[in-house]
Design a protein around this ligand. Structure first.
Ligand SMILES: [Fe+2]
Ligand SMILES: [Fe+2]
Length: 217
């Protein structure tokens, strides 16, 4: 059985047995406990944790598709290695949220097929404006994601930082890496993209809609 499959099986067994011990994924403790009702967590509601994991998974999935689109256009240019490095980190982010979805038994958003196409089109489309366009897209998206992660960190810290320790650790680490991507975008001339301010505003408005929809659907 795969690591993810084993985690799912353990989670299911514990829920059925009404077991209140912390769940674990591949030996790593996860600081959220289910109550025997199976519908609420200690403190924060089950629905809130579902939303956090579902939307973060969707965001990391979308980020992967954006970098895939950028690489399809700019992979062989001077910024190819920079984009590849950011994409590699996004792959790690997505892998982690895939694991968390299994461990917490959260379903993905139904919009994944849509984000698949939209993410790639956004990455490739802005890359067609040149490397500055791709970097402007990176700055806009990463700033939105970092802001979104900061909101989640605030929510979890206000609730119980000890209880949600592992989730907080993951989100903080990813927030810091998204900010590094943001800074890399600026270092590689994002602000020299055509209509940078307008482009950034449009992309960030799209990110807000994507976040809102992915939390709920
Ligand atoms: Fe990411
Ligand atoms: Fe990123």
């Amino acid at each position: 059985m795969t690591c993810a499959g084993a985690a799912a099986a353990r989670s299911l067994w514990r829920l059925r047995a009404g077991n209140q011990r912390p769940l674990s994924a591949c030996g790593r403790r996860i600081g959220v406990r289910f109550r025997s009702s199976g519908t609420t967590l200690d403190g924060i509601s089950r629905a809130a944790v579902d939303r956090i994991i579902r939307v973060d998974h969707a965001g990391e999935y979308g980020a992967n598709r954006i970098y895939a689109g950028q690489m399809a256009v700019l992979g062989r240019t001077s910024v190819g290695p920079v984009i590849q490095k950011m994409w590699d980190q996004e792959k790690d982010h997505l892998k982690k949220f895939n694991e968390l979805m299994v461990a917490f038994r959260v379903r993905p958003t139904v919009l994944l097929p849509f984000w698949n196409v939209v993410g790639f089109a956004l990455g490739a489309g802005t890359a067609l404006l040149g490397k500055e366009g791709a970097m402007a897209c990176t700055v806009a998206v990463e700033e939105s994601i970092a802001h979104h992660y900061n909101n989640q960190i605030r929510t979890l810290v206000e609730e119980d930082p000890a209880k949600y320790g592992e989730l907080l650790q993951v989100i903080r680490k990813f927030r810091d890496e998204e900010l590094e991507h943001h800074d890399l975008g600026l270092e590689h001339d994002a602000e020299r993209a055509p209509a940078y301010t307008v482009l950034k505003s449009i992309i960030q408005a799209g990110c807000s809609v994507a976040i809102s929809l992915s939390e709920r659907l």
